[in-house]
Design a protein. Structure first.
Length: 59
């Protein structure tokens, strides 16, 4: 059975184009802010855990 790339691309494009008008600019801004906060928290926790493991290895 052959895969039909044209059908898959058409389906994906149609789905994307039907979703785009429903996304509000407020949602995009909220998503960007949440992504930035998540990245900062993740980075901070990584640094804290790295420092904690170094501290435990010394003692």
């Amino acid at each position: 059975m052959e895969s039909n790339n044209t059908l898959q691309i058409g389906t994906a494009s149609g789905t994307l184009l039907s979703i785009v008008p429903n996304i509000l600019s407020e949602d995009i801004i909220k998503t960007i802010i949440l992504a930035v906060v998540g990245a900062i928290v993740s980075f901070t926790v990584s640094l804290l855990l790295k420092g904690l493991t170094k501290f435990k290895k010394k003692h």
